[in-house]
Design a protein around this ligand. Structure first.
Ligand SMILES: Cc1ncc(COP(=O)(O)O)c(C=O)c1O
Length: 344
C-alpha cells in the first residue's frame, strides 16, 4: 500500500473529512459515502479509459466469488465457456464454471507446472466467453498480449490490474480482488459490458445478479465502506503518479532490475519461461534448501518479509505491486549480490 494512502485511511478512521465521524461509522446511504463511491467509480473509468457500455461495480466476496458469479451470470446450462488453464487460480475458476454449464479448456500449461503461457490455441467461435487469468500470482507468469478473439473476453486481473497499459475496452468482463493493486482486502472490482447481461435463462439470487448491483450503484446491501474508501484513496494516488502509463514505466524498471540480477547470479534460478515472466510476481528457486533457508533468514534480518514462495509451490516470490518502491527492489538485489559473493 502507498504510505500516504495508509496515513489518510488511518486519519479517516478517527475523523473522516473533518466531520467528527469515523469512516467506520458513517452511513453508507449518506452523501458523505456516496461521494466516495462516485469518485472511486469515476477514477476506475478514467484510469482504465473504459467505454460507455462498461459498468463498474464494487462487490463483496473477493475474486473467488467471481469464479462462480461470472458463469452464473454469463453461462447458460447448455452453453460452453472457453477457459485457459495456466495457473492455480484459473483452475479454481474452471471448477466453479462446471457447476453452471459446459467448460472447454482450450489450452493448459499444467504439463510443466504452469511455468509458461500456452500459445497458438483456438477459441471456438460459439463459446459464451473466453476466460483467462492475466497474471498468475503464484506461478509468476503473465499473459502479455490480449488474446485475439471475437468471443467476449473475461479476465481475472486480480494481481496485475492497473500495472501496465492495456486496451480495457476489449473486455466483456474484468474482475479483480482489490487487495493487490487497487486497495485493501474486502472488496472486489468488477467491470462488465452491460450488453452481455440478462441472457442466461436461470434465476439469479439477488446478491448474485450484476444487473441489480449496477441498478443500485453497488449499494444493493451495505457495501464494504472502508475497503471502498481505501480503493478510492489508492486510485487517487495512482492518478497523481501519472496514471497507468507512469506506473507501467516504474513497474518495468523494478522487474527488469530483479530479473537481470537473478539471471546474472548462478545461485538463483528464475522458474518461468523468459517471454512469460510476470512484472508483478517474480518467482525463483535456489540451488539447495539449506541455502534457501539462509537467504530467507538474511532477508528477514534486512527487514524484508513475505519473500517466501506460495505454500503450494515453495521457493521464493517477490511481489512488485504498484505501491512497492524501486528502493525495495534495490535493497533485495543488493542483498542477492552480496549473498552470492559470500556463498556462491
Ligand atoms: C489471480 C488471482 N485470482 C484470484 C485470487 C483470489 O482472490 P480472493 O482471495 O480475493 O478471493 C487471487 C488471490 O491472490 C489471485 O491472485
Amino acid at each position: 500500500m502507498p504510505q500516504e494512502v495508509m496515513e489518510n485511511a488511518a486519519r479517516a478512521v478517527v475523523d473522516f473529512n473533518n466531520t467528527g465521524l469515523s469512516i467506520l461509522e458513517i452511513g453508507h446511504r449518506t452523501p458523505l459515502f456516496q461521494a466516495v463511491m462516485d469518485e472511486a467509480m469515476a477514477l476506475v473509468k478514467e484510469l482504465m479509459k473504459l467505454g460507455a457500455d462498461q459498468e463498474v461495480m464494487f462487490l463483496h466476496g473477493g475474486a473467488s466469488t467471481q469464479f462462480f458469479q461470472v458463469p452464473m451470470n454469463l453461462l447458460d446450462e447448455k452453453a460452453t465457456g472457453a477457459y485457459l488453464d495456466c495457473g492455480i487460480w484459473g483452475t479454481k475458476a474452471i471448477k466453479e464454471a462446471r457447476i453452471f454449464g459446459n467448460v472447454d479448456v482450450v489450452a493448459s500449461s499444467k504439463d510443466r507446472n504452469y511455468t509458461y503461457i500456452p500459445r497458438g490455441f483456438k477459441i471456438p467461435e460459439d463459446s459464451a466467453f473466453f476466460h483467462y487469468t492475466s497474471n498468475n500470482t503464484i506461478e509468476g507468469t503473465e499473459v502479455h498480449e490480449i488474446p485475439q478473439t471475437n468471443v467476449p473476453l473475461v479476465c481475472d486481473m486480480s494481481s496485475d490490474i492497473l500495472s501496465h497499459e492495456m486496451d480495457f475496452t476489449r473486455f466483456g468482463l474484468i474482475y479483480a480482488g482489490a487487495q493487490k493493486n487497487i486497495g485493501a482486502a474486502g472488496v472486489n472490482l468488477v467491470i462488465v459490458n452491460k450488453n452481455l447481461l440478462g441472457k442466461v435463462s436461470r434465476k439469479l439470487p439477488t446478491m448474485m445478479d450484476y444487473r441489480l448491483h449496477i441498478e443500485n450503484g453497488s449499494m444493493l446491501n451495505t457495501p464494504p465502506v472502508f475497503a471502498v474508501y481505501v480503493c478510492m484513496l489508492t486510485l487517487r494516488w495512482l492518478k497523481q503518479q501519472g496514471g497507468v502509463p507512469a506506473l507501467e514505466k516504474i513497474n518495468e524498471k523494478k522487474a527488469a532490475l530483479l530479473y537481470d540480477t537473478l539471471d546474472a547470479l548462478p545461485l538463483f534460478s528464475p522458474k518461468v519461461a523468459k517471454e512469460d515472466r510476470s512484472l508483478m510476481n517474480v518467482v525463483w528457486i535456489m540451488q539447495d534448501e539449506s541455502i534457501e533457508k539462509a537467504f530467507l533468514t538474511e532477508c528477514k534480518a534486512a527487514g524484508m518479509v513475505g519473500i517466501k514462495g506460495h505454500r503450494t509451490v515453495g521457493g521464493f516470490r517477490a511481489s512488485l505491486y504498484n505501491a512497492l518502491p524501486m528502493s525495495s527492489v534495490e535493497t533485495l538485489t543488493e542483498l542477492m549480490k552480496d549473498f552470492s559473493r559470500r556463498k556462491g
